[in-house]
Design a protein around this ligand. Structure first.
Ligand code: SF4
Ligand code: ZN
Length: 111
């Protein structure tokens, strides 16, 4: 579904039919996360990560919170590979081990 920020996000749901006014973010949240508001979609990295990385092994957890000194608002995503653990490098690139595996399979298929 398209978020209020205009991005496609599989975790977003809204229902404005027949007077309803329901907006939900279903992404798994960090236990320390502030509660979600629709404006959080503006700063959320999740749609970009999902658009850049189609791996089915990615688990994402998001923490919404105020910035330093209570100023601003952030959405921080932690990303894991269900097979290889935390994705410490850029989550847009995905799990390095899965990428290496995919490269190897492609090379073998082309031989
Ligand atoms: S906050 Fe992020 S994960 Fe949640 S619906 Fe908006 S874009 Fe998707
Ligand atoms: Zn992996």
């Amino acid at each position: 579904m398209i978020t209020p920020a205009g991005a496609e996000c599989v975790y977003y749901y809204e229902d404005f039919a027949r007077g309803a006014r329901r907006q939900l973010c279903r992404v798994p949240k960090d236990s320390r996360s502030d509660s979600w508001g629709a404006s959080d979609c503006l700063r959320c990295p999740v749609p970009g990560i999902l658009a850049a990385n189609a791996s089915r092994r990615l688990d994402i957890r998001v923490r919404f919170r105020r910035g330093r000194f209570g100023v601003g608002r952030r959405a921080e995503a932690e990303v894991w590979c269900t097979e290889h653990g935390p994705v410490i490098s850029d989550p847009h690139v995905g799990c390095p081990e899965c990428n290496a595996e995919a490269d190897r399979l492609l090379r073998e298929a082309l031989e």
